[in-house]
Write a protein that binds this ligand. Structure first.
Ligand code: ADP
Length: 482
Protein backbone atom coordinates (compact mmCIF):
# COMPACT_ATOMS: atom_id res chain seq x y z
CA UNK A 1 0.00 0.00 0.00
CA UNK A 2 1.28 3.43 -0.88
CA UNK A 3 2.27 5.63 2.09
CA UNK A 4 2.15 9.40 1.49
CA UNK A 5 4.06 12.08 3.36
CA UNK A 6 2.91 15.57 4.12
CA UNK A 7 4.53 18.52 2.32
CA UNK A 8 5.85 21.44 4.29
CA UNK A 9 8.50 23.92 3.13
CA UNK A 10 9.10 21.92 -0.02
CA UNK A 11 9.94 18.78 1.93
CA UNK A 12 8.19 15.44 2.24
CA UNK A 13 7.80 14.81 5.97
CA UNK A 14 6.35 12.34 8.42
CA UNK A 15 3.57 13.72 10.62
CA UNK A 16 4.67 14.89 14.09
CA UNK A 17 2.55 12.22 15.78
CA UNK A 18 3.95 9.45 13.57
CA UNK A 19 0.47 8.24 12.60
CA UNK A 20 -1.19 7.54 9.28
CA UNK A 21 -4.76 6.64 8.36
CA UNK A 22 -6.06 4.61 5.43
CA UNK A 23 -7.90 6.03 2.47
CA UNK A 24 -10.37 3.81 0.65
CA UNK A 25 -11.45 3.28 -2.93
CA UNK A 26 -15.23 3.89 -3.02
CA UNK A 27 -15.70 1.37 -5.84
CA UNK A 28 -13.96 -1.58 -4.19
CA UNK A 29 -14.36 -0.44 -0.59
CA UNK A 30 -10.69 -1.32 -0.11
CA UNK A 31 -7.95 0.76 1.47
CA UNK A 32 -5.33 1.71 -1.14
CA UNK A 33 -3.07 4.28 0.53
CA UNK A 34 -1.96 5.69 3.86
CA UNK A 35 -2.34 9.40 4.55
CA UNK A 36 -0.44 11.30 7.28
CA UNK A 37 -2.60 12.01 10.30
CA UNK A 38 -1.43 15.51 11.18
CA UNK A 39 -2.17 17.47 14.31
CA UNK A 40 -1.73 21.02 15.61
CA UNK A 41 2.07 20.65 15.64
CA UNK A 42 2.18 20.01 11.90
CA UNK A 43 -0.25 22.85 11.32
CA UNK A 44 1.93 25.24 13.30
CA UNK A 45 5.01 24.20 11.39
CA UNK A 46 3.27 24.67 8.04
CA UNK A 47 1.83 28.06 8.94
CA UNK A 48 5.16 29.28 10.34
CA UNK A 49 7.02 28.46 7.12
CA UNK A 50 4.21 29.92 5.01
CA UNK A 51 4.44 33.11 7.07
CA UNK A 52 8.22 33.23 6.72
CA UNK A 53 7.91 32.75 2.95
CA UNK A 54 5.35 35.55 2.82
CA UNK A 55 7.35 38.04 4.81
CA UNK A 56 11.06 37.38 4.35
CA UNK A 57 11.71 34.63 1.81
CA UNK A 58 12.46 34.94 -1.92
CA UNK A 59 8.74 34.78 -2.70
CA UNK A 60 8.23 38.08 -0.91
CA UNK A 61 10.89 39.67 -3.11
CA UNK A 62 9.51 38.48 -6.42
CA UNK A 63 7.72 40.72 -8.85
CA UNK A 64 4.16 39.90 -9.78
CA UNK A 65 5.41 39.04 -13.26
CA UNK A 66 7.78 36.45 -11.83
CA UNK A 67 4.97 34.96 -9.73
CA UNK A 68 2.84 34.77 -12.85
CA UNK A 69 5.58 32.90 -14.70
CA UNK A 70 5.76 30.32 -11.91
CA UNK A 71 2.00 29.81 -12.06
CA UNK A 72 2.27 29.23 -15.79
CA UNK A 73 4.98 26.64 -15.26
CA UNK A 74 2.88 24.90 -12.64
CA UNK A 75 -0.04 24.81 -15.08
CA UNK A 76 2.20 23.12 -17.64
CA UNK A 77 3.29 20.49 -15.11
CA UNK A 78 -0.31 19.75 -14.12
CA UNK A 79 -1.13 19.33 -17.82
CA UNK A 80 1.82 16.96 -18.17
CA UNK A 81 0.68 14.86 -15.18
CA UNK A 82 -3.06 15.17 -15.78
CA UNK A 83 -3.59 11.48 -16.42
CA UNK A 84 -1.82 10.35 -13.27
CA UNK A 85 -3.60 12.93 -11.11
CA UNK A 86 -6.97 12.00 -12.63
CA UNK A 87 -6.40 8.34 -11.83
CA UNK A 88 -5.47 9.15 -8.25
CA UNK A 89 -8.70 11.11 -7.87
CA UNK A 90 -10.82 8.30 -9.33
CA UNK A 91 -9.21 5.85 -6.92
CA UNK A 92 -9.92 8.14 -4.02
CA UNK A 93 -13.34 9.58 -4.79
CA UNK A 94 -14.93 7.25 -7.30
CA UNK A 95 -15.73 9.80 -9.98
CA UNK A 96 -15.81 8.64 -13.58
CA UNK A 97 -12.40 8.55 -15.21
CA UNK A 98 -13.63 10.47 -18.26
CA UNK A 99 -14.99 13.20 -16.03
CA UNK A 100 -11.77 13.42 -14.07
CA UNK A 101 -9.71 13.55 -17.26
CA UNK A 102 -11.81 16.46 -18.45
CA UNK A 103 -11.41 18.19 -15.09
CA UNK A 104 -7.65 17.68 -14.86
CA UNK A 105 -7.16 18.87 -18.40
CA UNK A 106 -9.10 22.02 -17.56
CA UNK A 107 -7.35 22.81 -14.27
CA UNK A 108 -4.17 24.29 -15.86
CA UNK A 109 -6.35 27.10 -17.22
CA UNK A 110 -6.78 28.44 -13.69
CA UNK A 111 -3.02 28.73 -13.33
CA UNK A 112 -2.59 30.33 -16.75
CA UNK A 113 -5.45 32.79 -16.18
CA UNK A 114 -4.40 33.94 -12.70
CA UNK A 115 -0.75 33.74 -13.70
CA UNK A 116 -1.58 36.26 -16.43
CA UNK A 117 -3.57 38.38 -14.02
CA UNK A 118 -0.86 38.55 -11.35
CA UNK A 119 0.84 41.64 -12.78
CA UNK A 120 -2.31 43.40 -13.90
CA UNK A 121 -3.62 44.41 -10.51
CA UNK A 122 -3.34 48.16 -10.24
CA UNK A 123 -3.65 50.60 -7.40
CA UNK A 124 -4.88 54.15 -7.82
CA UNK A 125 -3.54 57.64 -7.32
CA UNK A 126 -6.32 59.27 -5.33
CA UNK A 127 -7.93 62.60 -6.10
CA UNK A 128 -7.92 64.49 -2.78
CA UNK A 129 -9.82 67.21 -0.99
CA UNK A 130 -6.56 68.41 0.59
CA UNK A 131 -3.53 70.22 -0.75
CA UNK A 132 -0.01 69.15 0.07
CA UNK A 133 -0.40 65.38 -0.12
CA UNK A 134 0.09 62.62 -2.60
CA UNK A 135 -2.06 59.62 -1.79
CA UNK A 136 -2.24 56.27 -3.53
CA UNK A 137 -3.36 52.70 -2.90
CA UNK A 138 -1.33 49.53 -2.94
CA UNK A 139 -2.86 46.08 -3.23
CA UNK A 140 -0.98 43.79 -0.88
CA UNK A 141 -1.37 40.08 -0.23
CA UNK A 142 -3.87 39.49 2.56
CA UNK A 143 -1.53 37.05 4.35
CA UNK A 144 -1.18 33.33 4.84
CA UNK A 145 -4.20 31.63 3.28
CA UNK A 146 -5.73 28.48 4.75
CA UNK A 147 -7.51 26.54 2.03
CA UNK A 148 -9.88 23.83 3.25
CA UNK A 149 -11.31 21.63 0.55
CA UNK A 150 -13.95 18.88 0.21
CA UNK A 151 -13.85 15.43 -1.34
CA UNK A 152 -16.03 15.84 -4.39
CA UNK A 153 -13.58 17.60 -6.75
CA UNK A 154 -10.38 17.87 -4.74
CA UNK A 155 -7.97 19.41 -7.24
CA UNK A 156 -10.43 21.51 -9.20
CA UNK A 157 -11.75 23.21 -6.09
CA UNK A 158 -8.24 23.55 -4.67
CA UNK A 159 -7.13 25.28 -7.88
CA UNK A 160 -9.94 27.83 -7.57
CA UNK A 161 -8.28 28.92 -4.33
CA UNK A 162 -4.58 28.31 -4.91
CA UNK A 163 -4.23 30.05 -8.28
CA UNK A 164 -5.66 33.47 -7.32
CA UNK A 165 -4.09 33.32 -3.84
CA UNK A 166 -0.58 32.80 -5.26
CA UNK A 167 -1.17 35.33 -8.03
CA UNK A 168 -1.99 37.85 -5.30
CA UNK A 169 1.32 37.04 -3.58
CA UNK A 170 -0.12 35.09 -0.65
CA UNK A 171 1.28 31.80 0.60
CA UNK A 172 -0.96 28.80 1.20
CA UNK A 173 -1.48 26.01 3.67
CA UNK A 174 -4.06 23.60 2.33
CA UNK A 175 -5.98 20.91 4.15
CA UNK A 176 -7.73 18.55 1.75
CA UNK A 177 -10.61 16.35 2.84
CA UNK A 178 -9.55 13.32 4.87
CA UNK A 179 -11.35 11.19 2.29
CA UNK A 180 -9.40 12.47 -0.73
CA UNK A 181 -6.02 13.81 0.31
CA UNK A 182 -3.79 11.91 -2.13
CA UNK A 183 -4.13 14.11 -5.21
CA UNK A 184 -3.36 17.32 -3.29
CA UNK A 185 -0.20 15.70 -1.89
CA UNK A 186 0.78 14.74 -5.44
CA UNK A 187 0.08 18.27 -6.65
CA UNK A 188 2.44 19.63 -3.98
CA UNK A 189 5.32 17.63 -5.50
CA UNK A 190 5.06 19.80 -8.62
CA UNK A 191 5.67 23.11 -6.87
CA UNK A 192 9.42 22.65 -6.43
CA UNK A 193 9.76 21.43 -9.99
CA UNK A 194 7.93 24.55 -11.18
CA UNK A 195 10.45 26.65 -9.24
CA UNK A 196 8.36 27.91 -6.33
CA UNK A 197 10.46 28.81 -3.29
CA UNK A 198 9.93 26.57 -0.25
CA UNK A 199 7.09 27.48 2.10
CA UNK A 200 4.84 29.00 -0.55
CA UNK A 201 2.57 25.96 -0.78
CA UNK A 202 2.17 23.47 2.07
CA UNK A 203 -0.17 20.54 2.61
CA UNK A 204 -1.34 19.19 5.95
CA UNK A 205 -3.67 16.21 5.98
CA UNK A 206 -5.98 14.72 8.56
CA UNK A 207 -9.29 15.32 10.22
CA UNK A 208 -11.37 18.44 10.60
CA UNK A 209 -11.06 18.83 14.35
CA UNK A 210 -7.34 17.90 14.53
CA UNK A 211 -6.08 19.83 11.52
CA UNK A 212 -8.82 22.07 10.09
CA UNK A 213 -9.71 23.67 13.37
CA UNK A 214 -6.12 24.54 14.50
CA UNK A 215 -5.50 25.88 11.01
CA UNK A 216 -8.50 28.19 11.23
CA UNK A 217 -7.45 29.27 14.73
CA UNK A 218 -3.77 29.85 13.96
CA UNK A 219 -2.95 33.52 14.61
CA UNK A 220 -0.74 33.82 11.50
CA UNK A 221 -3.52 32.70 9.13
CA UNK A 222 -5.37 35.75 7.82
CA UNK A 223 -7.73 34.29 5.26
CA UNK A 224 -9.73 31.10 5.17
CA UNK A 225 -11.01 29.89 1.87
CA UNK A 226 -13.38 27.01 2.47
CA UNK A 227 -15.46 24.72 0.29
CA UNK A 228 -17.64 22.13 2.00
CA UNK A 229 -20.85 21.65 3.91
CA UNK A 230 -22.77 24.61 5.28
CA UNK A 231 -22.61 23.16 8.81
CA UNK A 232 -18.80 23.12 8.81
CA UNK A 233 -18.70 26.46 6.98
CA UNK A 234 -20.83 28.03 9.71
CA UNK A 235 -18.52 26.69 12.40
CA UNK A 236 -15.40 27.94 10.64
CA UNK A 237 -16.94 31.32 9.96
CA UNK A 238 -17.80 31.74 13.63
CA UNK A 239 -14.28 30.76 14.67
CA UNK A 240 -12.74 33.10 12.09
CA UNK A 241 -14.98 36.00 13.08
CA UNK A 242 -13.57 36.00 16.61
CA UNK A 243 -10.17 36.92 15.16
CA UNK A 244 -11.48 39.15 12.34
CA UNK A 245 -10.11 36.81 9.72
CA UNK A 246 -11.25 37.10 6.13
CA UNK A 247 -13.32 34.20 4.89
CA UNK A 248 -14.64 32.91 1.60
CA UNK A 249 -17.26 30.21 1.93
CA UNK A 250 -18.41 27.96 -0.88
CA UNK A 251 -21.18 25.89 0.68
CA UNK A 252 -24.13 23.73 -0.23
CA UNK A 253 -27.05 24.10 -2.56
CA UNK A 254 -30.53 22.90 -3.36
CA UNK A 255 -30.63 24.16 -6.88
CA UNK A 256 -33.87 24.39 -8.85
CA UNK A 257 -33.92 23.23 -12.44
CA UNK A 258 -37.06 24.85 -13.88
CA UNK A 259 -38.62 23.42 -17.05
CA UNK A 260 -41.33 25.45 -18.80
CA UNK A 261 -43.81 24.07 -21.32
CA UNK A 262 -42.07 25.86 -24.18
CA UNK A 263 -38.67 24.27 -23.47
CA UNK A 264 -36.83 22.08 -25.93
CA UNK A 265 -37.83 18.79 -24.33
CA UNK A 266 -34.82 16.71 -25.30
CA UNK A 267 -32.39 19.38 -24.21
CA UNK A 268 -34.20 19.84 -20.91
CA UNK A 269 -34.35 16.10 -20.19
CA UNK A 270 -30.63 15.84 -20.80
CA UNK A 271 -30.04 18.89 -18.57
CA UNK A 272 -32.17 17.41 -15.80
CA UNK A 273 -30.25 14.13 -15.90
CA UNK A 274 -26.76 15.57 -16.00
CA UNK A 275 -27.89 18.22 -13.51
CA UNK A 276 -28.51 15.63 -10.84
CA UNK A 277 -26.67 12.44 -11.74
CA UNK A 278 -23.27 13.80 -12.78
CA UNK A 279 -20.69 12.85 -10.15
CA UNK A 280 -23.41 10.70 -8.58
CA UNK A 281 -25.19 13.84 -7.41
CA UNK A 282 -22.22 14.85 -5.28
CA UNK A 283 -21.81 18.39 -6.53
CA UNK A 284 -22.77 21.56 -4.73
CA UNK A 285 -24.50 22.71 -7.91
CA UNK A 286 -26.58 19.52 -8.35
CA UNK A 287 -30.00 20.31 -9.82
CA UNK A 288 -31.71 18.36 -7.07
CA UNK A 289 -35.12 20.02 -7.44
CA UNK A 290 -36.70 19.60 -10.86
CA UNK A 291 -39.62 21.99 -11.27
CA UNK A 292 -41.82 20.98 -14.19
CA UNK A 293 -44.78 22.95 -15.54
CA UNK A 294 -48.14 21.19 -15.13
CA UNK A 295 -49.03 21.13 -18.81
CA UNK A 296 -45.99 19.01 -19.78
CA UNK A 297 -45.36 17.31 -16.47
CA UNK A 298 -46.44 13.74 -17.27
CA UNK A 299 -44.90 13.67 -20.73
CA UNK A 300 -41.65 15.11 -19.45
CA UNK A 301 -41.38 12.75 -16.51
CA UNK A 302 -42.03 9.75 -18.73
CA UNK A 303 -39.22 10.76 -21.05
CA UNK A 304 -36.90 11.46 -18.15
CA UNK A 305 -37.56 8.05 -16.61
CA UNK A 306 -37.06 6.22 -19.89
CA UNK A 307 -33.53 7.62 -20.10
CA UNK A 308 -32.60 7.60 -16.39
CA UNK A 309 -33.63 3.94 -16.20
CA UNK A 310 -30.84 3.00 -18.61
CA UNK A 311 -28.02 4.60 -16.58
CA UNK A 312 -25.13 2.16 -16.31
CA UNK A 313 -23.59 1.87 -12.87
CA UNK A 314 -20.20 0.32 -12.33
CA UNK A 315 -16.46 0.76 -12.07
CA UNK A 316 -15.62 4.44 -12.55
CA UNK A 317 -12.42 3.41 -14.36
CA UNK A 318 -14.51 1.78 -17.15
CA UNK A 319 -15.29 3.99 -20.11
CA UNK A 320 -18.93 2.92 -20.41
CA UNK A 321 -19.89 3.50 -16.76
CA UNK A 322 -22.31 6.40 -16.35
CA UNK A 323 -22.91 6.44 -12.60
CA UNK A 324 -20.21 5.66 -10.05
CA UNK A 325 -20.27 5.10 -6.30
CA UNK A 326 -20.92 7.52 -3.48
CA UNK A 327 -17.53 8.69 -2.25
CA UNK A 328 -17.64 8.06 1.49
CA UNK A 329 -19.37 5.60 3.85
CA UNK A 330 -20.98 8.37 5.97
CA UNK A 331 -22.30 10.00 2.81
CA UNK A 332 -23.64 6.65 1.60
CA UNK A 333 -25.56 6.19 4.86
CA UNK A 334 -26.85 9.75 4.68
CA UNK A 335 -28.19 9.32 1.14
CA UNK A 336 -29.96 6.09 2.09
CA UNK A 337 -31.51 7.84 5.09
CA UNK A 338 -32.93 10.53 2.81
CA UNK A 339 -34.56 7.86 0.67
CA UNK A 340 -36.54 6.79 3.74
CA UNK A 341 -37.31 10.34 4.76
CA UNK A 342 -38.71 11.14 1.30
CA UNK A 343 -41.00 8.10 1.38
CA UNK A 344 -42.18 8.90 4.88
CA UNK A 345 -42.93 12.48 3.86
CA UNK A 346 -45.20 11.18 1.08
CA UNK A 347 -43.07 11.52 -2.05
CA UNK A 348 -43.78 8.95 -4.77
CA UNK A 349 -40.84 6.77 -5.69
CA UNK A 350 -40.52 6.66 -9.50
CA UNK A 351 -37.08 5.15 -9.91
CA UNK A 352 -34.35 3.52 -7.81
CA UNK A 353 -34.77 4.18 -4.12
CA UNK A 354 -32.25 1.78 -2.66
CA UNK A 355 -28.63 0.76 -2.36
CA UNK A 356 -27.36 -0.90 -5.53
CA UNK A 357 -25.90 -4.35 -5.10
CA UNK A 358 -25.34 -5.47 -8.68
CA UNK A 359 -22.21 -7.47 -9.48
CA UNK A 360 -20.81 -4.62 -11.57
CA UNK A 361 -20.92 -2.37 -8.50
CA UNK A 362 -18.03 -4.10 -6.76
CA UNK A 363 -18.09 -3.94 -3.00
CA UNK A 364 -18.40 -0.18 -3.00
CA UNK A 365 -20.97 2.34 -1.86
CA UNK A 366 -23.53 2.48 -4.65
CA UNK A 367 -27.00 4.02 -4.56
CA UNK A 368 -29.43 3.54 -7.45
CA UNK A 369 -30.16 6.74 -9.38
CA UNK A 370 -33.38 7.76 -7.67
CA UNK A 371 -36.30 9.92 -8.74
CA UNK A 372 -39.19 11.01 -6.53
CA UNK A 373 -42.39 12.52 -7.93
CA UNK A 374 -45.21 14.43 -6.19
CA UNK A 375 -42.70 16.26 -4.06
CA UNK A 376 -43.91 19.43 -2.36
CA UNK A 377 -41.51 22.11 -1.31
CA UNK A 378 -42.14 21.69 2.40
CA UNK A 379 -40.78 18.12 2.37
CA UNK A 380 -37.29 17.62 3.77
CA UNK A 381 -36.17 16.06 0.49
CA UNK A 382 -36.96 19.41 -1.18
CA UNK A 383 -35.30 21.58 1.46
CA UNK A 384 -32.15 19.76 2.56
CA UNK A 385 -29.03 19.02 0.59
CA UNK A 386 -28.75 15.26 -0.01
CA UNK A 387 -25.50 15.26 -2.02
CA UNK A 388 -26.36 12.05 -3.81
CA UNK A 389 -28.12 10.74 -6.93
CA UNK A 390 -31.60 11.72 -5.76
CA UNK A 391 -33.92 13.92 -7.80
CA UNK A 392 -37.16 15.48 -6.50
CA UNK A 393 -39.80 16.50 -9.04
CA UNK A 394 -42.12 19.36 -8.13
CA UNK A 395 -45.03 20.63 -10.25
CA UNK A 396 -45.83 24.28 -10.87
CA UNK A 397 -48.53 26.04 -12.86
CA UNK A 398 -47.02 29.36 -13.94
CA UNK A 399 -43.97 31.60 -13.77
CA UNK A 400 -45.08 33.18 -10.53
CA UNK A 401 -45.36 29.87 -8.78
CA UNK A 402 -42.09 28.63 -10.26
CA UNK A 403 -40.23 31.62 -8.81
CA UNK A 404 -41.91 31.21 -5.42
CA UNK A 405 -40.98 27.53 -5.18
CA UNK A 406 -37.49 27.98 -6.60
CA UNK A 407 -36.61 30.67 -4.06
CA UNK A 408 -38.24 28.95 -1.09
CA UNK A 409 -35.06 27.33 0.27
CA UNK A 410 -32.28 28.67 2.44
CA UNK A 411 -29.68 27.98 -0.26
CA UNK A 412 -28.93 29.99 -3.38
CA UNK A 413 -25.98 28.55 -5.23
CA UNK A 414 -27.32 27.91 -8.73
CA UNK A 415 -30.54 27.64 -10.73
CA UNK A 416 -31.48 26.74 -14.29
CA UNK A 417 -34.37 27.67 -16.56
CA UNK A 418 -35.44 25.82 -19.69
CA UNK A 419 -37.54 27.91 -22.06
CA UNK A 420 -37.55 29.21 -25.65
CA UNK A 421 -39.19 32.47 -24.63
CA UNK A 422 -36.47 35.11 -24.35
CA UNK A 423 -38.61 37.39 -22.21
CA UNK A 424 -39.27 34.61 -19.74
CA UNK A 425 -35.57 33.72 -19.67
CA UNK A 426 -34.69 37.31 -18.79
CA UNK A 427 -37.44 37.62 -16.16
CA UNK A 428 -36.51 34.34 -14.51
CA UNK A 429 -32.79 35.09 -14.47
CA UNK A 430 -33.58 38.35 -12.68
CA UNK A 431 -35.90 36.82 -10.12
CA UNK A 432 -34.07 33.63 -9.17
CA UNK A 433 -32.09 34.03 -5.96
CA UNK A 434 -28.89 32.27 -6.93
CA UNK A 435 -25.24 33.11 -7.60
CA UNK A 436 -25.40 31.40 -11.00
CA UNK A 437 -28.38 31.12 -13.34
CA UNK A 438 -28.16 28.91 -16.41
CA UNK A 439 -30.61 29.32 -19.27
CA UNK A 440 -31.02 26.25 -21.47
CA UNK A 441 -27.87 24.71 -20.06
CA UNK A 442 -26.59 23.26 -16.82
CA UNK A 443 -23.28 22.97 -15.05
CA UNK A 444 -21.34 25.50 -17.18
CA UNK A 445 -18.44 26.93 -15.14
CA UNK A 446 -15.25 28.69 -16.16
CA UNK A 447 -12.17 30.23 -14.61
CA UNK A 448 -13.44 33.46 -16.18
CA UNK A 449 -16.92 33.45 -14.63
CA UNK A 450 -17.55 34.42 -10.99
CA UNK A 451 -18.98 31.58 -8.94
CA UNK A 452 -20.48 31.69 -5.47
CA UNK A 453 -23.62 31.60 -3.42
CA UNK A 454 -26.56 33.71 -2.37
CA UNK A 455 -28.09 33.14 1.07
CA UNK A 456 -26.76 30.13 3.01
CA UNK A 457 -24.74 28.95 0.00
CA UNK A 458 -21.79 31.12 0.90
CA UNK A 459 -19.77 34.26 1.02
CA UNK A 460 -17.48 35.72 -1.62
CA UNK A 461 -16.89 34.68 -5.21
CA UNK A 462 -14.34 32.40 -6.79
CA UNK A 463 -13.19 32.55 -10.43
CA UNK A 464 -13.28 35.53 -12.73
CA UNK A 465 -11.15 38.64 -12.70
CA UNK A 466 -12.25 39.88 -9.26
CA UNK A 467 -11.42 36.66 -7.41
CA UNK A 468 -7.82 37.83 -7.06
CA UNK A 469 -9.11 40.72 -4.93
CA UNK A 470 -10.37 38.20 -2.39
CA UNK A 471 -6.69 37.61 -1.58
CA UNK A 472 -5.58 41.24 -1.48
CA UNK A 473 -5.89 43.99 1.05
CA UNK A 474 -5.74 47.66 0.23
CA UNK A 475 -3.19 49.94 1.80
CA UNK A 476 -3.53 53.70 1.40
CA UNK A 477 -0.28 55.66 1.43
CA UNK A 478 -0.20 59.40 2.25
CA UNK A 479 2.89 61.43 1.39
CA UNK A 480 3.27 64.94 2.66
CA UNK A 481 4.47 66.89 -0.34
CA UNK A 482 4.64 70.10 1.69
P1 ADP B 1 -18.03 17.53 3.12
O1 ADP B 1 -16.71 17.63 2.45
O2 ADP B 1 -18.44 16.16 3.41
O3 ADP B 1 -19.08 18.39 2.54
P2 ADP B 1 -17.18 19.00 5.47
O4 ADP B 1 -17.78 20.32 5.26
O5 ADP B 1 -17.24 18.45 6.84
O6 ADP B 1 -17.87 17.93 4.62
O7 ADP B 1 -15.67 18.96 4.98
C1 ADP B 1 -15.04 19.91 4.19
C2 ADP B 1 -13.65 20.13 4.71
O8 ADP B 1 -13.72 20.74 5.99
C3 ADP B 1 -12.85 18.84 4.92
O9 ADP B 1 -11.50 19.07 4.52
C4 ADP B 1 -12.95 18.61 6.41
O10 ADP B 1 -11.91 17.86 6.95
C5 ADP B 1 -12.91 20.03 6.93
N1 ADP B 1 -13.44 20.21 8.27
C6 ADP B 1 -14.37 19.47 8.91
N2 ADP B 1 -14.61 19.95 10.14
C7 ADP B 1 -13.81 21.03 10.31
C8 ADP B 1 -13.58 21.97 11.37
N3 ADP B 1 -14.24 21.91 12.50
N4 ADP B 1 -12.67 22.95 11.16
C9 ADP B 1 -12.01 23.06 10.00
N5 ADP B 1 -12.17 22.20 8.99
C10 ADP B 1 -13.06 21.20 9.11
Amino acid sequence: MKRYQLRINGEALDPAGGRWFETQNPYSGEAWAEIPECDARDVDRAVQVAHAALTTGPWSQMTATQRGALLHRLGDLIARDARKLAETEVRDNGKLLAEMHAQLNYIPQWFYYYGGLADKVQGAVLPLDKKGYLSYTRNEPVGVVAAITPWNSPLLLASWKIAPALAAGCTVVIKPSEFTSASTLELAELFEEAGFPPGVFNVVTGFGKDVGSPLVEHPLVRKISFTGSDATGRLINEQAARHFKHTAMELGGKSPNVVFEDADMDQAVFGAISGIFAATGQTCIAGSRLLVQDSIHDRFVEKLLSIARTARMGNPMDADTQVGPVTTPPQYRKVLEYLDIARQDGATLLLGGQAASRPECGKGWFVEPTIFGDVTNNMRIAQEEVFGPVLSIIRFKDEEEAVAIANDVRFGLAAAVWTRDIGRAVRMSERLQAGTVWVNCYRAVSFMAPFGGYKDSGLGRENGIDAIREFLQVKTVWINSG
